[in-house]
Design a protein around this ligand. Sequence first.
Ligand SMILES: Cc1cc2nc3c(=O)[nH]c(=O)nc-3n(C[C@H](O)[C@H](O)[C@H](O)COP(=O)(O)OP(=O)(O)OC[C@H]3O[C@@H](n4cnc5c(N)ncnc54)[C@H](O)[C@@H]3O)c2cc1C
Length: 392
Amino acid sequence: MQTIQQDTSVVIIGAGVAGLTLATFLQKSGVACVVIERRERDYIEVRQRAGVVEARAVDMFVRWGLADQLLAGPVAQTIDYRINGASRVFDIALGEESTSRFCTQQMLVNNLLRELLDNMHGDVRFGVEDVFIQNDNASRPTVAYADANGMCDITCDYIVGCDGDRGVSRASIPEGVLTKYSHEFGYAWLAALVEAPVTGHPIMGMSDHGFVAQLPRGPQRSRYYLQCALEDGPGDWPDERIWGAIRLRLNDETITNATVHDKDFVALRSVVYAPMQYRKLFLAGDVAHLVPPAGAKGMNMALYDVDVLATALVKAVLEHDEAGLNNYSDTVLPHVWRYEEFSAWMTDTMHDAGDPGQHGGLRQMIARARIDALFESPGAARLHAEFQRGTV
Ligand SMILES: Cc1cc2nc3c(=O)[nH]c(=O)nc-3n(C[C@H](O)[C@H](O)[C@H](O)COP(=O)(O)OP(=O)(O)OC[C@H]3O[C@@H](n4cnc5c(N)ncnc54)[C@H](O)[C@@H]3O)c2cc1C
């Protein structure tokens, strides 16, 4: 079969939130790019995960002139930190007007696809297989793939890997170039999408029986997260057990069962790969760093990476100035580490403050003291709010 030869400025591997945002910024700036994605479009359009675009990322979309096209309306930014059912509501905006926007990851991805494909006539190729990266000392790298039309070889100036933790881009970097930093927390979350809205504030619930959270996912739905054992699977958590655990951990017998649409199990871990570039290949989003979801930062960190990278790529391609690209990893890694720290703080605090079987009574009381400080110390509250808004 004949291989089609093509040429572009930037090839982006992966059409998740990182790849599509980057492509939209580049397309809007007049930089030619091609996105290749191994899944079909209809799969990408229904994948559910994150819920809130933090204030910093909203400012980023405003700066790129895309906020109104991509994001939903403002969201009241409060969190009900509940210990054994006793509720204390933390105001992330600290009395000011909240600029964070409610926008599920799925809504953002759909809006990006509409903007990039329908309005900007961008080039996203779904259902590709056998992606192969050649990024040696040749002046221009290539990305090869196969799809229903045959085989294609794209020569480009730069490649961006936005293909998540299990993609091909990071794996193409020779052994010994990247350092992997990782930590396993030793427990998992059961994520259950349910047909029941959040009626008050989003809840982060710590209980002697384990952690539970309820976060909004649209006007009729919410997602519950329940701390569970690493080895647990769907067979261990029939719907009746899920609702029983929610009532027990929130200390609220008035909660009634509702339809559970899906159940996912996520082992909680933190991972960073550094540096986030190798020759003409740049990494952005989950491919370079993972955070446990307790801080709600994974998507927002991916958005930070692509903001820096899009600015650097526009300069490199349109003005032949590679300074920003050369410094990409050094520019974003301090931000990555700040939000790795915040996500680990949230994870340890939310779980240690709950079941003492986790790390013992001393750690339970220390974690509860950390929560108290958020309500009693203006300094602690301000720092926490800034992390939540993404402005640290
Ligand atoms: C349960 C859960 C809850 C979460 N909640 C939040 C939250 O509240 N807030 C928040 O900010 N973040 C949250 N996150 C994290 C967030 O979902 C991720 O950080 C985000 O999806 C990262 O975006 P990405 O584009 O880097 O990766 P992805 O969204 O994973 O996209 C990667 C894309 O690359 C494609 N791909 C993979 N391999 C290849 C290949 N070989 N060739 C071509 N394409 C390939 C994949 O199909 C995929 O479409 C949560 C995550 C989970 C699991």
